[in-house]
Design a binder for this molecule. Structure first.
Ligand code: ATP
Length: 364
């Protein structure tokens, strides 16, 4: 059995709200797992059930093969880092980190060794005498992380730990946390609504929506092989473009351009009139007319130069799309642009179920 195992875990709050439905997940020792999804999808609730801060309404949770539903938070050997750092304002960085160990009655010299080792890992050695108010947001967050790792527990739970930081600090802390994970090796579950954090930090991502798992996979799998429109639209920035079209004579339309379904599907005999959604990523297109592609014409409505690329907002016969192009190729606004979507980067979804229909050209 995996190190952590959730079997058909459900959360029904006392007011009757069913926040998490049949959550199934096995986590190996040392993995970095990210729960991602929009606000209210049940990420924190699931994390809190793992921490023992919420009871599990239905289903089973195992730590190291042992059923843990009724084990209290202290005995679970988990450390949690919250969005609000929850540092003690009147204590120095040293005391904030040492406090938990002192309460456990750990010897002073052991505490000192652990604090200095943790401070070294986190780059806090020069700040040990300071009070939290004399630290930047990023440094405070590092102290909060330090307080968790100093306990040397096997399971590390983090709930949106970077959301109080500015954009630049978030990027720095992102790589620091992955670095700490590499050094410490604790099994980590990290909650965020930010797909970039999920993509850059996770070994595996769990995408959630409305209390249900949508997909579990590596960042690579989720980006290239999303199972449905929700995952396809959630992972990637700007999000995947979608265009709905009815099947006619084995073809769908992208504006005036036609895509013969047999090019990318094994079973091309979709009924006339069936509604499909064509998906393509902004970064998958190539300007101009290319081979093995659908060649589309669109009107440029707006361009946004971002430095390393330009986002081009276009109108394809009344449907909006975003294209990512090299800044040197930025087209003029209000002109027509021609671009190609390679067959192997086209996604098709069933409009009704929103599930992906496998593109036979796409390999992982
Ligand atoms: P966020 O990113 O906004 O924190 P989340 O994905 O972590 O969202 P949860 O906090 O797990 O979401 O909440 C999931 C759902 O459960 C939400 O609809 C929330 O309103 C509801 N919920 C949370 N706590 C309770 C509670 N104590 N009683 C009833 N419903 C609750």
């Amino acid at each position: 059995m995996a190190y952590l195992s959730l079997k058909d875990v459900n959360k029904i709050y006392p007011n009757g709200f069913h926040a998490v439905h049949n959550f199934n997940l096995d986590i190996e020792q040392g993995e970095f797992i990210v729960f991602v999804g929009p606000s209210g999808c049940g990420k924190s609730t699931t994390l809190r059930m793992i921490a023992g801060l919420e009871n599990i309404s239905k289903g089973d949770f195992f730590i190291n093969g042992k059923r843990a539903n009724e084990i209290g938070p202290r005995e679970r050997e988990v450390a949690m880092v919250f969005q609000s750092y929850a540092l003690y304002p009147h204590m120095s960085v040293y005391d904030n980190m040492a406090f938990g160990l002192s309460l456990q009655g750990v010897d002073e010299d052991v505490i000192e060794k652990r604090v200095s080792e943790t401070a070294r890992i986190l780059g806090l050695t020069d700040y040990l005498d300071r009070k939290p108010r004399a630290l930047s947001g990023g440094q405070r967050q590092r102290v909060a992380v330090g307080r968790a790792i100093i306990r040397k527990v096997g399971i590390f739970l983090m709930d949106e730990p970077l959301s109080n930081l500015d954009a630049k600090q978030r990027v720095t802390m992102r790589s620091e946390i992955t670095d700490i994970h590499r050094k410490v090796g604790a099994t980590t579950i990290y909650v965020t609504h930010d797909q970039t954090e999920a993509m850059t930090m996770a070994d595996r991502i769990v995408v959630m929506k409305d209390g249900y798992i949508q997909q579990v996979g590596s960042p690579y799998e989720l980006y290239f092989k999303p199972v449905n429109m929700f995952v396809a639209g959630f992972i990637g920035e700007p999000p995947m473009n979608f265009i709905t079209s009815e099947v006619k004579d084995g073809k769908v339309q992208i504006g005036k351009a036609e895509l013969a379904l047999e090019k990318i599907l094994d079973k091309e005999n979709y009924d006339n009139g069936k509604s499909l959604v064509v998906g393509y990523r902004p970064e998958a297109i190539v300007l101009g007319a290319k081979e093995n592609s659908v060649v589309v014409k669109a009107i440029v409505e707006l361009t946004e130069l971002l430095g390393d690329n330009t986002n081009v907002y276009v109108d394809i016969d009344g449907v909006k799309s975003i294209l990512k192009v090299d800044p040197h190729d930025t087209p003029e606004m209000d002109t027509e642009v021609e671009f190609s979507i390679p067959y192997d980067s086209i996604y098709l979804f069933d409009k009704e179920t929103e599930n992906v229909i496998e593109n036979k050209l796409r390999q992982l």
